[in-house]
Ligand binder design. Structure first.
Ligand SMILES: [Fe+2]
Ligand SMILES: [Fe+2]
Length: 261
């Protein structure tokens, strides 16, 4: 049975349609039931929950509650690798792939190329807010600290020009945030901290290879970076999400973003 048929069948069971109903009443009851079933299927992650967050009732078929299954996303292998996440959760991830390809073309070392490859992964797979900090934390157990430094501080550095290396304030930011946008205090503080750090240039280089426009003509594939991943990413044997690292739960959240509990 297709998922659509299964959904319709559950809605029919839920709708409590009786012979006494008019055709209109039957249609309304079915529509309401379908809508309730759909609410459960598309239950948003907790961070995005709204006051009408649907709570399964006793009569809900178990299959409507998401627990360690995510029928709307491709299934992940039991021991997921970084490449599996690129292909099955973050695809197409064109922006980070293009940034890494540009860094490689510009002759940067493996660590900077890897930092570029990973720098916005939280945006692709977890959460947008404070994406540099989230992404750095996700990667911390698996890469050299210089890589996570570069990822974490690219978020602050992109708001501050560095004429010595030809980095200008992004024109898009003027358009998106307005001429008078001022980065908040914590971003200014972290910029000052990073500026005085020995790895300042690593974080700066991520911003220099950060592409602020999507280029439809370049389409690098994750396979092109397998040598760098093998050399610089410490893939856990148990698979990302199952290695008992302090961030394993964050990777599991990307595998199953809608578990009910
Ligand atoms: Fe970014
Ligand atoms: Fe970026």
């Amino acid at each position: 049975m297709s998922r659509k048929d299964a959904l319709t069948r559950r809605a029919m069971a839920r709708a409590e349609i009786t012979d006494a109903m008019t055709l209109d009443q039957k249609a309304d009851a079915l529509e309401d039931a379908l809508s309730e079933e759909l609410d459960v299927l598309v239950m948003p992650p907790g961070a995005l929950a709204h006051p009408q967050f649907p709570v399964p009732r006793d009569d809900f078929p178990k299959s409507t509650v998401q627990m360690h299954r995510e029928p709307r996303l491709p299934e992940m292998p039991p021991k997921p690798t970084l490449t599996d996440f690129f292909k099955l959760r973050w695809a197409p991830a064109s922006h980070v792939l293009q940034s890494a390809a540009l860094a490689r073309k510009n002759g940067y070392g493996d660590r900077i190329v890897l930092a570029c490859l990973l720098h916005d992964i939280s945006v692709h797979g977890l959460i947008r807010t404070d994406h540099g900090y989230w992404t750095a934390q996700l990667m911390e157990p698996y890469v050299h600290p210089e890589v996570t430094f570069a990822i974490r501080y690219h978020q602050a550095l992109r708001f501050f020009p560095d004429p010595d290396v030809g980095y200008e304030y992004p024109a898009n930011y003027l358009k998106w945030f307005g001429e008078d946008y001022l980065a908040p205090d914590y971003i200014r503080r972290d910029y000052e901290y990073a500026k005085a750090h020995k790895w300042y240039m690593s974080a700066r280089q991520v911003t220099m290879n950060d592409l602020y426009a999507f280029d439809p003509d370049t389409n690098p594939k994750i396979e092109e970076f397998e040598d760098i991943i093998a050399a610089e990413f410490n893939q856990p044997g148990e698979g990302l999400g199952f290695d008992q690292s302090p961030v394993a739960h964050m990777w599991r959240t990307m595998i199953w973003p809608n578990n009910f509990l």
